[in-house]
Design a protein around this ligand. Structure first.
Ligand code: HEC
Length: 105
């Protein structure tokens, strides 16, 4: 393999390990749909709270990004928040948490 190609592979892997890779546009649409349908069933249609707490930028301000991603992937033991690891990669969970922290349009 030419040197340049292996460097690119290393960089891509490093980005994936840091949870920095972006889902492709089709998967982004799926994830946003899931956010409204599946997450919305507990966190409210507008994610402003229901059985689960609000997921608005205001509510999430100041909360640790990694800790929120861990909750999305692994759930909260003993609480209704389920683990989503079977359905989401770590990169996808970071992407979703970042969308929530920015606010959905
Ligand atoms: C069955 C109900 C339910 C579903 C479905 C659900 N959640 Fe939750 N979620 C909760 C509850 C309840 C909590 C609060 C847990 C606690 O008491 O600490 C929570 C907490 C959270 C938190 C932490 C909020 C904070 O302020 O600390 C995040 C982030 C979150 N959920 C994201 C999601 C996402 C993203 C989805 C969809 C992929 C989802 N949830 C689906 C019930 C749910």
């Amino acid at each position: 393999m030419p040197r340049g190609a292996s460097l690119v592979a290393v960089l891509v892997l490093a980005a994936a390990a840091a949870g920095a890779e972006e889902p492709d546009p089709a998967r982004q649409a799926e994830l946003l749909h899931m956010l409204r349908q599946d997450c919305g069933s507990c966190h409210g249609m507008r994610l402003s709270g229901g059985l689960g707490p609000p997921l608005s930028p205001q509510a999430l301000a100041g909360k640790d990004r990694e800790a929120l991603v861990a909750i999305v992937l692994d759930g909260v033991p003993g609480r209704p928040m389920p683990p989503w690891r079977p359905y989401l990669s770590e990169g996808e969970a970071f992407w979703l948490v970042d969308r929530l922290r920015e606010g959905l349009r």
